[in-house]
Ligand binder design. Sequence first.
Ligand SMILES: *[C@@H]1O[C@H](CO)[C@@H](O)[C@H](O)[C@H]1NC(C)=O
Ligand SMILES: *[C@@H]1O[C@H](CO)[C@@H](O)[C@H](O)[C@H]1NC(C)=O
Ligand SMILES: *[C@@H]1O[C@H](CO)[C@@H](O)[C@H](O)[C@H]1NC(C)=O
Ligand SMILES: *[C@@H]1O[C@H](CO)[C@@H](O)[C@H](O)[C@H]1NC(C)=O
Ligand SMILES: *[C@@H]1O[C@H](CO)[C@@H](O)[C@H](O)[C@H]1NC(C)=O
Length: 946
Amino acid sequence: MRTLLHFFLFLITLWVSIIIPPVHSQCIKDQQLSLLQFKKSLVFVSLHPSTKLISWNASTDCCSWVGVTCSRNGRVLGLDISSEHVSAGIDNSSSLFHLHYLQSLNLADNLLGSDSQSIPSAIGKLANLRYLDLSDNRYPGKIPIEISRLTRLVVLALSDNVQLGSPNLRMLVQNFTELRELYLDSVQISEQGSEWCQAISSSLPNLKVLSLSSCNLSGPLLESLAKLQSLSVIRLNWNNISAPVPGFFANFSNLTVLSLPGCELHGTFPKEIFQLPSLQSIDLSFNDQLDGSLPEFPRNGSLQYLDLSWTNFSGLLPNSIGNLKMLSTIYIQECYFTGPMPKSMTNLTRLVSLSMSGNKLEGSIPSFSGAKNVNFIDLSYNGLTASLFSLPLLDYLDLSSNQFSGPLPEISNVSSYLLNGPNLELDLRNQSNLSHLDLSNNQINGKIADWIWSLNNLNLLNLSCNSLGSLEVHSINLTNLNYLDLHSNQFHGQIPIFPSPCNANYLDFSRNYFISIIPSTIGYVFPRTTFFSLSSNNLNGIIPESLCNSHFLKILDLSNSSLSGTVPHCLTTMWSLEVLNVRRNNLTNVDDFSHNCGLKTLDISENHLQGRFLKSLVNCTQLEVLNLGKNLITEPFPCFLRNTSTLRVLVLRSNKFYGHIGCHKTNGSWPVLQIIDLAHNNFSGEVPGTALTTLQAMRTSKDAAPWKINNLQFDLDGIYYQEDTITVTNKGLDMELVFVLAIFTSIDFSYNKFNGSIPKEIGELKSLYALNLSNNAFTGAVPSSLGNLSQLESLDLSKNKLSGQIPPELTKLTFLEFLNLSYNQLVGRIPSGAQFSTFDAASFEGNKGLWGPPLTADNRTGFSSPKLEGNHSNARHEIDWDIICPEIGFTCGFGIVIGSLLFCKRWRKWYYSAMYNMLLKIFPQLEQRFGHHRRHVYVHQRYWRR
Ligand SMILES: *[C@@H]1O[C@H](CO)[C@@H](O)[C@H](O)[C@H]1NC(C)=O
Ligand SMILES: *[C@@H]1O[C@H](CO)[C@@H](O)[C@H](O)[C@H]1NC(C)=O
Ligand SMILES: *[C@@H]1O[C@H](CO)[C@@H](O)[C@H](O)[C@H]1NC(C)=O
Ligand SMILES: *[C@@H]1O[C@H](CO)[C@@H](O)[C@H](O)[C@H]1NC(C)=O
Ligand SMILES: *[C@@H]1O[C@H](CO)[C@@H](O)[C@H](O)[C@H]1NC(C)=O
């Protein structure tokens, strides 16, 4: 991308020099005065003094000043003050506008609009301008219509003023008959295809460069554009074109750049366009409804850059791809290409970057030994099986998620592997540049060949999800290692030792057979680690205190082992630690949390804890997810936790909590609580209505605003912690999952001894998705206010002592997928209509006084409808905390790393669909609400590619 940008800059600069040949002559006095006045009025960002304007002083000829060009007779024709950190000083009264002869004005890359100064309308006075560049200045407001008076313009560039609006495009450009290049990227033009295409095709017959990225343009691409035969560059990135690509683009014989990523294109891409001999760069990425296939490529094609990633392109890769001798970049990841990688790719000697991940390619990998400059190869997520060898020096190699099997070759006998023809012949011995090596998710077995441990530049090493059994070293000495992922293998024995402190930031040893105790010195070895997981091994013994010496530790996952004893005091007082997961161990105690507690997620469920530490949790004022489920805690309801206003998820299920859940008013409320699970305890008494009405997050129905995820970064290897803050794009499923989980709200009070009536205030929790009050002793009527829970998908009130009629308001619950009112004392006719017709008898049985379908035929004397077969368990509506808890944690913005959740799957398109399907099980009507079109995955390219 960067090269393209340079290409454009080069084009622009070229123009300037064509338009204004540099001439030296004595500058005219009044021109000099105007320039000096102009200089005086400029304001610079104080940190960055101007470099060009230093030479501007009255004692020298202004035609010799840097940035000034003159005609032979001393008229100032050109002014270039680009990239000078000018922050203000050019308004309508500026003496700049006295320079009437100006033909070229370049003020790009300053901060002229930073003080809410919009583009001065006096620009229209510079009637001789042929070249005008005001790009990248943070100009707000609108492009002044006076610019349309500059009828001699050849180049107009107003790009990258992010908040700039535009007058009607037709009005703006109608008199630019000489215009060759138009750059309005990120200007909010907001017009339909019928308007903007028409404006351009009727007014700009000589246009060569059309650059309108992110202009909020709609489609279609009108036939009238076919007139613009001179077009060489078409860039419409990230507009909502929503139309097919017109075939007439293939008639533009000078087309060099066609860039249409993220345009919601559909239909079949006209493949003749690929065959244009002039074409150098084509980018159709992120159009997930665009079909197409690759044609035979002509000999000596000029294509350098090919990006089809995240489209529906399919078919075989043509052997003629080897004809594209200039090709340096191929991105076809996440398409549907099949078959082998053509052997002719060997001939792509200019290749620099190759990503074909996420297709269905199979067979062997061609040799790239002739491509001396290739440094990036990503072939992950295919079905590649056979050998790969003779690679040039690489920086980046990702072969993860293929079908490579067999052991890694050893340095001493690679040749014997060649002879034996094993599945994987990977000679990386001399890859001294390699910084990224990902062989994860294959079927590689045996031991880690020791040459891996001599790749001194390795920054990332991912061998996870193979069948490797031995590390083959007792100590790892890779000083540049930042990311080490060995999870889900069959490593056994001791956790590897690092001879000198290891600077790795991310360490995942989870899901292996590492045995024995955690070395007591472990924390001294990993001083910089922020993510550390030993989860799901056979570790026993205690949690060593030395872990607290990893001062950057943010996520510590020791779950699912046989650790016993106490969570050490220092971990509960460690400000950096945000996620602590010790679920499913044999821990018996947790030391008190101190005021230094910075935890956001604490999962200590499934241990043998008795809860003496409970009161000290008030010190964890950042807590968002708290899971204490399945312990032996015998305590009253922890009212003091109501002061933790950040809490989103509270799980107390399967303990021995007892007593009332009402709290004193002086305790705070839970404004963001989304999930409260008190099931399987001994709580009793009434559920006070006020305890519910304070739950703000459940009361307000949220809109689909972009959800900010702090500290998480999308990465080729999943998601992990970073300092930066990002916003997830609001398109596609990634957003949707985040969104769904963000709005997922549930109350589970089942299997307790609550009595009294169900508080009618519950009807105020408008965003509630699931409500389970079953197996209690609630009496009285089913509150009709439940009919207000318009989002409700699951309602279980079974096995209580509820009486009266089923309120007809419940039929308003159009999303209700699961209903269980069985085993109460309800009477009367079952309401009919809407969702109610979908429930079978099991939803109502055990209520002697209920009648009507589906229990009985409609006439009162009728017989009961046949019992439906099948176990009508509501298991599927019970929340699977194994899945939901980390996801919610992730959603809430502090992320338990997905890797440990999904084992060998990564954060990519089929992961989304897996996740989506899981969500569909919990919320069967998701599809109905969000629509099918949003299932397409869409990760903003910025986060995806580096
Ligand atoms: C632009 O051209 C139209 C006719 O095509 C004319 O009426 C109008 O005055 C022109 N505007 C400017 C600013 O020259
Ligand atoms: C294509 O470019 C060539 C060389 O610059 C020029 O002579 C020719 O007229 C252009 N073709 C069109 C259709 O503009
Ligand atoms: C590479 O190119 C040469 C010359 O164009 C050709 O003879 C050869 O067959 C090509 N190699 C492959 C593997 O296609
Ligand atoms: C680790 O590697 C570094 C640099 O390669 C070297 O200087 C150091 O001696 C090695 N340490 C051990 C214990 O092998
Ligand atoms: C952990 O607890 C379980 C269940 O109480 C027990 O069977 C197991 O032996 C314990 N393991 C260790 C290492 O203490």
